[in-house]
Design a protein around this ligand. Structure first.
Ligand SMILES: [Fe+2]
Length: 291
């Protein structure tokens, strides 16, 4: 074979390899785009977490349905949120806690949303704290609600108790649980001196706080477990690099059950999302079994 022919064959092979590489890269890019915008944002998971609380104040194990960051919006349809709520109710929790970002500005189908949330409050006692998107200084500056009137009305119409810098005592069987709701950290509405004043020593104290960074604010108060959202679990998690955009200072509490000093913090990846995207970070509801 002549040298010219060999060179021609090599060029042809190179062109074929390059074409295959380009087609493969394009297919991978389309696959990732479909996954992060269509598949993963609706690929709901159920996290089951055992939480061993020190102190031994529980008469029996209690189960908490922890839901967060619903972000009802054009990106997160009410039908999807309803599916998450129905999955949570099917686990027959003793109580339900929502840790903020119920809305992202205007609610697209308010009555549908109220009907869905009402399913939850009809199934078990249900408590919520606010997130940065629910209203206040932070949301107001970004086109959202300047105050909490809308979220207060939504919770009231849905039969959910909104805890804004205050607490409530619930009794589950023989066990007393004090639920404390903090205002949002970014809205500069978190006031632990109001929320955590007084104490019921025999009760297990659970703080609902949207942003896990707010743990620093409540470090001098007594509590057992803090439930948080806000991070969306990272929302976009890249292989080897992890989540590049996480809206917290302390990245140790982006997801899952973690110890902090002698207490525990659970951060959920949440049900909804921002901008309709998720990658390597599925939406979830969590069932926490406290023992
Ligand atoms: Fe959020």
């Amino acid at each position: 074979m002549s040298a010219c022919k060999i060179l021609d064959m090599r060029i042809m092979e190179f062109k074929l390899t390059r074409r295959r590489f380009l087609i493969g890269s394009l297919a991978a890019a389309v696959g990732i785009a479909v996954d992060m915008s269509i598949i993963e944002p609706r690929w709901l998971s159920l996290a089951r977490v055992d939480v061993a609380l020190p102190g031994g104040r529980l008469a029996r194990p209690i189960t908490i349905l922890h839901i967060s960051d619903l972000h009802a919006s054009l990106h997160v349809p009410i039908a999807f949120i309803r599916r998450a709520i129905e999955l949570g109710i099917a686990q027959e929790p003793d109580l339900a806690c929502i840790t903020g970002d119920m809305i992202s500005g205007r609610i697209p189908d308010r009555q549908d949303y109220v009907d869905s949330l009402s399913l939850l409050s009809a199934a078990c006692p249900c408590f919520a704290c606010v997130g940065n998107h629910d209203g206040g200084r932070w949301a107001g500056r970004r086109g959202g609600h300047k105050d909490l009137r809308e979220i207060r009305r939504l919770m009231e119409d849905s039969g959910i108790t909104l805890l804004f810098n205050r607490s409530e005592l619930v009794t589950i069987g023989e066990t007393a649980v004090e639920l404390v709701g903090l205002g949002d950290l970014w809205a500069r509405d978190a006031h632990p001196e109001l929320a955590l004043m007084g104490e019921t020593p025999q009760a297990t104290r659970i703080v609902l706080s949207h942003n896990p960074d707010s743990k620093e604010l409540v470090k001098d108060y007594a509590w057992d477990l803090m439930l948080c959202g806000h991070t969306h679990g990272g929302q976009i998690s890249l292989p080897f690099l992890g989540a590049p955009l996480v809206p917290v200072r302390d990245r140790r509490y982006v997801y899952g059950l973690n110890q902090w000093q002698d207490r525990l913090i659970y951060t959920t990846s949440g049900v909804g999302n921002a901008k309709g995207l998720r990658l390597n970070c599925r939406p979830e509801i969590a069932i926490l079994t406290l023992s």
